[in-house]
Design a binder for this molecule. Structure first.
Ligand SMILES: [Zn+2]
Length: 170
């Protein structure tokens, strides 16, 4: 087996794995990304293997850099299996956030999003107030036009004359 295509930095490990897998091909399956990066044998019951497939080495690299492999393993062992996939997603997300923003991590992203929500809520409230105002003006204009056009023939003529003469709503 050759793993050199999935991660370029572990060329020596790939070579070692290759020779190992050739001698005992039934024991060794493709090591998970975590074991590959930690340069250790991936056991059949490897707790990390289901969540760090060899196709996604970056996931483990980032989580390992922030939390450390032993902590990740400890976290996972403390959880029931049904929650481990979510926990890994959360760890990787948190590690990414922490890498981008070493001071606030996820809290920084939450804070920014909350500010954005507040700004958008204020904009929405203003837009709603403007809309209400415009609807009010429109209703007043309608009432005015209705009053002018449905009045006596004299006032109707007067309205039309006034309309032709210049701006209506000044
Ligand atoms: Zn493994």
């Amino acid at each position: 087996m050759d793993y050199s295509d999935t991660i370029g930095t572990t060329a020596t490990f790939s070579a070692a794995s290759s020779s190992f897998s050739q001698s005992t091909p039934t024991v060794v399956v493709s090591p998970c990304a975590a074991c590959k990066i930690l340069r250790r044998r991936c056991a059949k019951d490897c707790v990390l293997a289901p969540y760090f497939p060899p196709s996604e080495p970056l996931k483990f690299t980032i989580a390992h850099r922030v939390f450390g492999a032993s902590n990740i393993i400890k976290f996972l062992l403390e959880l029931p299996e049904c929650q481990r996939a979510d926990a890994v997603s959360s760890l990787v997300y948190e590690a990414n956030a922490r890498t981008r923003d070493p001071v606030y991590g996820c809290a920084g992203a939450i804070c920014r999003l909350q500010m954005q929500v507040s700004e958008l809520q204020a904009q929405l409230a203003k837009a709603r107030a403007d809309l209400l105002n415009l609807q009010c003006q429109q209703a007043k204009l309608r009432a005015f036009v209705y009053k002018e056009t449905s009045g006596s023939p004299q006032s109707n003529t007067c309205f039309l004359d006034h309309n032709n003469a210049g701006p209506l709503w000044t």
